[in-house]
Design a protein around this ligand. Structure first.
Ligand code: COA
Length: 158
């Protein structure tokens, strides 16, 4: 962890980002039978926002997607290499995403989780986020195997 470096992704990172995200999001296979993303989708996101990458000795071990939406920031695809989880890396990436949006003038930060991931609200509440609405499950993702929706969580970036 002490050797962790964070940098902003370039288009050449798309394949490694997709691989990391798909590995990290395997716990979602109980409701989605498919990869979470692919390099083309990552490249499309790089046109709209940016990925912050955590690396150790040149290896990608964590990432988060950050997008500016006026006075609100959004982060998603927070992913930590499964063998590196629970040592604070996800928290550091959330901090980096918030700092990036704060520096760009955002007043709030939003994220969404799938309602079936019952362990996640507590994780994000510990970072100051509160549930404030729901959204339909996105149509551009693999169709889920059971009914579900997104829950939006937000916090003020003071
Ligand atoms: C969610 C995720 C980003 C958290 O990153 P992390 O580096 O493991 O988390 P941190 O080390 O910052 O925080 C650890 C704490 O978060 C909670 N936590 C993290 N992952 C958890 C999990 N899968 N289940 C339950 N609690 C979890 C625990 O309280 C843990 O503390 P503990 O080990 O003392 O119990 C990471 O588990 C991950 O990549 N998951 C798969 C992808 C995903 O679900 N992303 C979020 C989608 S919105």
């Amino acid at each position: 962890m002490d050797h962790m470096k964070t940098r902003t992704a370039e288009s050449g990172d798309a394949e490694n980002i997709a691989r990391l995200v798909n590995t990290a999001f395997r716990p979602e296979r109980f409701f989605i039978d498919g990869d979470r993303t692919d390099p083309d989708k990552v490249r499309a996101l790089l046109d709209k926002g940016k990925f912050l990458l955590a690396e150790e000795a040149g290896t990608l071990i964590g990432c988060v997607y950050v997008e500016l939406r006026g006075e609100r920031g959004y982060f998603g695809l927070l992913a930590v290499d499964p063998v590196r989880q629970r040592v604070g890396l996800g928290s550091r990436l959330i901090d980096a995403a918030e700092e990036s949006c704060r520096a760009a003038g955002c007043l709030f930060m939003d994220l969404t989780i799938v309602n079936l991931r019952v362990e996640l609200p507590q994780y994000y509440r510990r970072h100051g986020y509160l549930e404030n609405g729901t959204l339909p499950f996105p149509e551009d993702q693999h169709p889920p195997k059971m009914p579900c929706h997104l829950v939006r969580m937000s916090k003020a970036l003071t």
